[in-house]
Design a protein around this ligand. Sequence first.
Ligand SMILES: [Zn+2]
Length: 337
Amino acid sequence: MKFDRNWFYVFVFCVLLSSNMQAQDMAYPIEGDGVYSFLRRWNRVDTSYVREFTDLNTGRFNDRGGLELGTVYLIPLLHPGDVYPPLEPVYQPVDVSIFGKAYQDISVRSQRLKNACFYIIGGHGGPDPGAVARVDGRELHEDEYAYDIALRLARNLMMEGATVYVIIQDPDDGIRDDRYLNNRYNETCMGDPIPKNQLDRLRQRVNKVNGLYERDQNKFDYFRTIELHVDSRNQGKRLDVFFYHSDNRHAQTLATGMRDLFRMKYDTHQPGRGFGGFVEYRGLYTLRNLKVPSLLIEVGNIQNESDRRRIVLNNNRQALANWMSQACVEDFEKSKW
Ligand SMILES: [Zn+2]
Protein backbone atom coordinates (compact mmCIF):
# COMPACT_ATOMS: atom_id res chain seq x y z
CA MET A 1 0.00 0.00 0.00
CA LYS A 2 1.26 3.44 -0.89
CA PHE A 3 1.96 5.64 2.11
CA ASP A 4 -0.37 8.62 2.02
CA ARG A 5 1.06 11.62 3.79
CA ASN A 6 -2.30 13.41 4.15
CA TRP A 7 -3.94 10.47 5.85
CA PHE A 8 -0.97 10.30 8.16
CA TYR A 9 -1.56 13.90 9.26
CA VAL A 10 -5.25 13.23 9.81
CA PHE A 11 -4.28 10.27 11.95
CA VAL A 12 -1.81 12.30 14.04
CA PHE A 13 -4.41 15.03 14.46
CA CYS A 14 -6.98 12.52 15.73
CA VAL A 15 -4.52 11.04 18.21
CA LEU A 16 -3.67 14.48 19.54
CA LEU A 17 -7.31 15.45 19.73
CA SER A 18 -8.34 12.31 21.58
CA SER A 19 -5.48 12.50 24.05
CA ASN A 20 -6.40 16.12 24.67
CA MET A 21 -10.00 15.27 25.24
CA GLN A 22 -9.05 12.54 27.63
CA ALA A 23 -6.91 14.92 29.64
CA GLN A 24 -9.60 17.60 29.78
CA ASP A 25 -12.14 15.69 31.85
CA MET A 26 -15.59 16.94 32.67
CA ALA A 27 -18.12 15.96 35.27
CA TYR A 28 -21.45 16.81 36.86
CA PRO A 29 -21.46 18.12 40.43
CA ILE A 30 -23.24 16.14 43.12
CA GLU A 31 -25.83 17.43 45.60
CA GLY A 32 -24.26 19.99 47.96
CA ASP A 33 -21.09 20.43 45.91
CA GLY A 34 -19.15 23.68 46.05
CA VAL A 35 -16.17 24.50 43.89
CA TYR A 36 -13.72 23.24 46.53
CA SER A 37 -15.45 19.93 47.22
CA PHE A 38 -15.92 19.32 43.50
CA LEU A 39 -12.25 19.95 42.78
CA ARG A 40 -11.11 17.92 45.77
CA ARG A 41 -13.00 14.89 44.46
CA TRP A 42 -10.82 15.13 41.35
CA ASN A 43 -7.73 15.53 43.54
CA ARG A 44 -7.23 19.15 42.45
CA VAL A 45 -6.32 20.25 45.96
CA ASP A 46 -4.06 23.26 45.46
CA THR A 47 -5.96 26.58 45.53
CA SER A 48 -4.53 27.57 42.12
CA TYR A 49 -6.98 25.09 40.55
CA VAL A 50 -9.91 27.26 41.65
CA ARG A 51 -8.93 30.10 39.32
CA GLU A 52 -8.35 27.74 36.41
CA PHE A 53 -11.70 26.10 37.09
CA THR A 54 -13.57 29.42 37.08
CA ASP A 55 -11.86 30.48 33.84
CA LEU A 56 -12.63 27.18 32.12
CA ASN A 57 -16.28 27.27 33.10
CA THR A 58 -17.27 30.89 32.52
CA GLY A 59 -21.04 31.20 32.14
CA ARG A 60 -21.80 27.91 33.83
CA PHE A 61 -22.12 29.16 37.40
CA ASN A 62 -25.35 30.22 39.09
CA ASP A 63 -26.10 33.78 40.27
CA ARG A 64 -24.19 33.22 43.48
CA GLY A 65 -21.15 31.87 41.64
CA GLY A 66 -21.97 28.32 42.75
CA LEU A 67 -22.29 25.07 40.83
CA GLU A 68 -25.53 24.06 39.14
CA LEU A 69 -26.76 20.51 39.41
CA GLY A 70 -27.22 19.08 35.92
CA THR A 71 -24.55 21.33 34.39
CA VAL A 72 -21.37 19.69 33.21
CA TYR A 73 -18.08 21.31 34.27
CA LEU A 74 -14.63 21.09 32.74
CA ILE A 75 -11.96 19.91 35.17
CA PRO A 76 -8.58 21.70 35.05
CA LEU A 77 -5.62 19.64 33.83
CA LEU A 78 -3.45 18.17 36.54
CA HIS A 79 -0.41 20.18 37.52
CA PRO A 80 2.97 18.45 37.25
CA GLY A 81 3.46 16.12 40.22
CA ASP A 82 -0.28 15.80 40.95
CA VAL A 83 -2.11 12.61 40.10
CA TYR A 84 -5.63 11.31 39.77
CA PRO A 85 -6.78 9.02 41.28
CA PRO A 86 -4.97 10.06 44.47
CA LEU A 87 -2.13 7.83 45.59
CA GLU A 88 -2.72 5.35 48.36
CA PRO A 89 -1.51 6.98 51.56
CA VAL A 90 1.56 5.39 53.10
CA TYR A 91 0.95 3.91 56.53
CA GLN A 92 1.66 6.67 59.05
CA PRO A 93 2.45 6.04 62.68
CA VAL A 94 1.21 9.48 63.65
CA ASP A 95 -2.42 10.33 64.32
CA VAL A 96 -3.12 13.12 61.85
CA SER A 97 -5.34 14.94 64.35
CA ILE A 98 -2.15 16.40 65.86
CA PHE A 99 -1.89 18.62 62.78
CA GLY A 100 -5.12 20.36 63.79
CA LYS A 101 -8.47 20.64 61.99
CA ALA A 102 -7.31 22.88 59.18
CA TYR A 103 -4.28 20.76 58.30
CA GLN A 104 -5.20 17.15 59.02
CA ASP A 105 -6.21 16.46 55.45
CA ILE A 106 -2.99 14.99 54.11
CA SER A 107 -3.28 14.27 50.43
CA VAL A 108 -0.31 12.32 49.20
CA ARG A 109 1.18 14.24 46.27
CA SER A 110 3.94 11.86 45.31
CA GLN A 111 5.82 8.75 46.39
CA ARG A 112 9.17 10.44 46.05
CA LEU A 113 9.98 9.68 49.69
CA LYS A 114 8.67 6.13 49.68
CA ASN A 115 10.90 3.95 51.88
CA ALA A 116 12.27 6.98 53.71
CA CYS A 117 11.61 7.33 57.43
CA PHE A 118 11.94 10.59 59.36
CA TYR A 119 11.95 11.36 63.05
CA ILE A 120 10.94 14.99 63.55
CA ILE A 121 11.65 16.62 66.89
CA GLY A 122 10.43 20.06 67.93
CA GLY A 123 13.10 21.30 70.34
CA HIS A 124 12.22 21.63 74.06
CA GLY A 125 8.55 21.21 75.09
CA GLY A 126 6.78 20.04 78.23
CA PRO A 127 8.15 21.87 81.26
CA ASP A 128 10.91 23.43 79.12
CA PRO A 129 9.87 26.38 76.90
CA GLY A 130 13.39 26.85 75.51
CA ALA A 131 14.38 30.43 74.73
CA VAL A 132 11.92 33.13 75.76
CA ALA A 133 11.57 36.56 74.15
CA ARG A 134 9.44 39.42 75.44
CA VAL A 135 7.60 41.30 72.69
CA ASP A 136 4.77 43.82 73.15
CA GLY A 137 4.06 42.56 76.63
CA ARG A 138 3.92 38.94 75.46
CA GLU A 139 6.22 36.03 76.01
CA LEU A 140 7.27 34.16 72.91
CA HIS A 141 8.44 30.63 73.67
CA GLU A 142 10.91 28.86 71.42
CA ASP A 143 9.24 25.46 71.80
CA GLU A 144 5.92 26.66 70.34
CA TYR A 145 7.55 28.02 67.17
CA ALA A 146 9.91 25.07 66.77
CA TYR A 147 6.91 22.76 67.14
CA ASP A 148 4.86 24.59 64.53
CA ILE A 149 7.68 24.35 61.98
CA ALA A 150 8.22 20.70 62.97
CA LEU A 151 4.57 19.88 62.25
CA ARG A 152 4.66 21.66 58.91
CA LEU A 153 7.82 19.79 57.95
CA ALA A 154 6.40 16.43 59.07
CA ARG A 155 3.23 17.01 57.06
CA ASN A 156 5.16 17.98 53.93
CA LEU A 157 7.28 14.84 54.18
CA MET A 158 4.18 12.69 54.58
CA MET A 159 2.69 14.27 51.46
CA GLU A 160 5.75 13.12 49.52
CA GLY A 161 5.24 9.54 50.68
CA ALA A 162 7.63 9.36 53.65
CA THR A 163 6.86 7.59 56.91
CA VAL A 164 7.14 10.20 59.65
CA TYR A 165 7.36 9.98 63.42
CA VAL A 166 6.55 13.20 65.25
CA ILE A 167 8.51 12.64 68.46
CA ILE A 168 7.41 15.65 70.48
CA GLN A 169 3.64 16.07 70.30
CA ASP A 170 1.06 18.44 71.64
CA PRO A 171 -2.45 16.95 71.83
CA ASP A 172 -4.07 20.40 71.68
CA ASP A 173 -2.05 22.57 69.32
CA GLY A 174 -2.04 21.67 65.67
CA ILE A 175 -0.42 23.75 62.95
CA ARG A 176 -1.25 27.35 63.83
CA ASP A 177 -1.34 30.32 61.50
CA ASP A 178 -1.24 32.91 64.28
CA ARG A 179 1.56 35.35 64.76
CA TYR A 180 1.76 34.85 68.50
CA LEU A 181 1.50 31.24 69.50
CA ASN A 182 0.02 30.53 72.92
CA ASN A 183 2.33 28.95 75.42
CA ARG A 184 1.56 25.55 76.87
CA TYR A 185 3.45 22.99 78.84
CA ASN A 186 1.52 19.87 77.87
CA GLU A 187 3.76 18.50 75.12
CA THR A 188 4.68 14.83 75.39
CA CYS A 189 7.32 12.54 73.95
CA MET A 190 4.90 10.46 71.84
CA GLY A 191 2.49 10.26 74.76
CA ASP A 192 5.01 10.03 77.63
CA PRO A 193 5.25 13.01 79.95
CA ILE A 194 8.45 15.02 79.46
CA PRO A 195 10.67 15.03 82.60
CA LYS A 196 11.81 18.20 84.33
CA ASN A 197 15.49 17.39 84.43
CA GLN A 198 17.25 18.52 81.27
CA LEU A 199 19.41 15.45 80.75
CA ASP A 200 16.44 13.14 81.37
CA ARG A 201 14.49 15.11 78.82
CA LEU A 202 17.11 14.75 76.13
CA ARG A 203 17.73 11.11 76.98
CA GLN A 204 14.02 10.38 76.66
CA ARG A 205 13.74 11.65 73.07
CA VAL A 206 17.02 10.05 72.02
CA ASN A 207 15.93 6.68 73.46
CA LYS A 208 12.58 7.01 71.72
CA VAL A 209 14.16 7.56 68.29
CA ASN A 210 16.87 4.93 68.79
CA GLY A 211 14.27 2.36 69.90
CA LEU A 212 12.10 2.99 66.85
CA TYR A 213 15.13 2.88 64.59
CA GLU A 214 16.32 -0.44 66.03
CA ARG A 215 12.89 -1.93 65.54
CA ASP A 216 12.49 -0.64 61.94
CA GLN A 217 16.00 -0.60 60.54
CA ASN A 218 15.24 -3.28 57.97
CA LYS A 219 11.94 -1.71 56.98
CA PHE A 220 13.22 1.45 55.27
CA ASP A 221 16.13 2.42 53.01
CA TYR A 222 16.77 5.80 54.54
CA PHE A 223 16.46 7.27 58.03
CA ARG A 224 17.01 10.83 59.20
CA THR A 225 16.25 12.79 62.35
CA ILE A 226 15.57 16.51 62.14
CA GLU A 227 15.35 18.55 65.32
CA LEU A 228 14.22 22.17 65.22
CA HIS A 229 15.22 25.07 67.42
CA VAL A 230 15.16 28.83 67.60
CA ASP A 231 18.36 30.35 68.94
CA SER A 232 18.65 33.01 71.62
CA ARG A 233 21.50 35.51 71.30
CA ASN A 234 21.71 39.16 72.09
CA GLN A 235 19.06 41.34 70.56
CA GLY A 236 21.25 43.02 67.95
CA LYS A 237 22.51 39.80 66.42
CA ARG A 238 20.96 38.67 63.14
CA LEU A 239 21.41 35.02 62.37
CA ASP A 240 20.74 32.95 59.32
CA VAL A 241 19.59 29.36 59.49
CA PHE A 242 22.28 27.05 60.92
CA PHE A 243 22.49 23.36 60.14
CA TYR A 244 24.31 21.31 62.76
CA HIS A 245 24.83 17.64 61.96
CA SER A 246 25.81 14.49 63.76
CA ASP A 247 29.22 12.90 63.18
CA ASN A 248 28.07 11.05 60.09
CA ARG A 249 28.65 11.68 56.42
CA HIS A 250 25.00 11.17 55.46
CA ALA A 251 23.96 13.79 58.00
CA GLN A 252 26.60 16.14 56.66
CA THR A 253 25.41 15.60 53.09
CA LEU A 254 21.82 16.42 54.01
CA ALA A 255 22.90 19.49 55.99
CA THR A 256 25.00 20.74 53.08
CA GLY A 257 22.24 20.14 50.54
CA MET A 258 19.80 22.00 52.74
CA ARG A 259 22.16 24.94 53.24
CA ASP A 260 22.72 25.17 49.47
CA LEU A 261 19.01 25.11 48.79
CA PHE A 262 18.36 27.81 51.40
CA ARG A 263 21.09 29.93 49.83
CA MET A 264 19.49 29.52 46.42
CA LYS A 265 16.03 30.40 47.78
CA TYR A 266 17.37 33.49 49.54
CA ASP A 267 19.21 34.58 46.39
CA THR A 268 15.95 34.27 44.45
CA HIS A 269 13.62 35.90 46.97
CA GLN A 270 15.97 38.52 48.44
CA PRO A 271 18.69 39.14 45.85
CA GLY A 272 21.79 40.83 47.19
CA ARG A 273 21.01 39.93 50.78
CA GLY A 274 23.47 37.05 50.89
CA PHE A 275 22.87 33.97 52.97
CA GLY A 276 25.26 33.36 55.84
CA GLY A 277 23.78 30.13 57.21
CA PHE A 278 26.34 27.39 57.71
CA VAL A 279 26.86 23.68 58.20
CA GLU A 280 28.84 22.40 61.16
CA TYR A 281 29.40 19.28 63.23
CA ARG A 282 28.40 19.97 66.81
CA GLY A 283 28.77 17.67 69.80
CA LEU A 284 25.31 18.33 71.24
CA TYR A 285 23.78 15.58 73.37
CA THR A 286 21.11 14.53 70.87
CA LEU A 287 23.47 14.66 67.89
CA ARG A 288 26.06 12.59 69.77
CA ASN A 289 23.64 9.92 70.90
CA LEU A 290 21.15 9.42 68.08
CA LYS A 291 21.94 6.33 66.01
CA VAL A 292 20.29 7.85 62.94
CA PRO A 293 22.02 10.50 60.75
CA SER A 294 20.70 13.66 62.39
CA LEU A 295 20.39 17.40 61.94
CA LEU A 296 19.69 20.09 64.48
CA ILE A 297 18.49 23.24 62.77
CA GLU A 298 18.49 26.67 64.41
CA VAL A 299 16.14 28.87 62.41
CA GLY A 300 17.14 32.30 63.79
CA ASN A 301 17.60 34.47 66.86
CA ILE A 302 14.32 34.80 68.75
CA GLN A 303 15.56 38.03 70.40
CA ASN A 304 16.29 39.79 67.11
CA GLU A 305 13.41 41.72 65.58
CA SER A 306 14.22 40.98 61.98
CA ASP A 307 15.00 37.31 62.61
CA ARG A 308 11.75 37.05 64.49
CA ARG A 309 9.79 37.79 61.30
CA ARG A 310 11.07 34.46 60.05
CA ILE A 311 9.23 32.72 62.86
CA VAL A 312 6.19 34.83 63.73
CA LEU A 313 4.81 35.02 60.17
CA ASN A 314 3.06 31.78 59.33
CA ASN A 315 4.04 32.01 55.66
CA ASN A 316 7.67 32.15 56.68
CA ARG A 317 7.30 29.14 58.96
CA GLN A 318 5.73 27.32 56.02
CA ALA A 319 8.52 28.42 53.65
CA LEU A 320 11.16 27.10 56.07
CA ALA A 321 9.36 23.75 56.21
CA ASN A 322 8.94 23.68 52.42
CA TRP A 323 12.62 24.27 51.77
CA MET A 324 13.63 21.69 54.35
CA SER A 325 11.34 19.06 52.89
CA GLN A 326 12.45 19.87 49.35
CA ALA A 327 16.06 19.36 50.43
CA CYS A 328 15.08 16.03 51.99
CA VAL A 329 13.51 14.88 48.71
CA GLU A 330 16.65 15.84 46.79
CA ASP A 331 18.89 14.16 49.35
CA PHE A 332 16.85 10.96 49.29
CA GLU A 333 16.91 10.85 45.49
CA LYS A 334 20.71 11.27 45.49
CA SER A 335 21.09 8.58 48.14
CA LYS A 336 19.64 6.06 45.69
CA TRP A 337 22.40 6.51 43.12
ZN1 LIG B 1 16.53 25.34 71.58
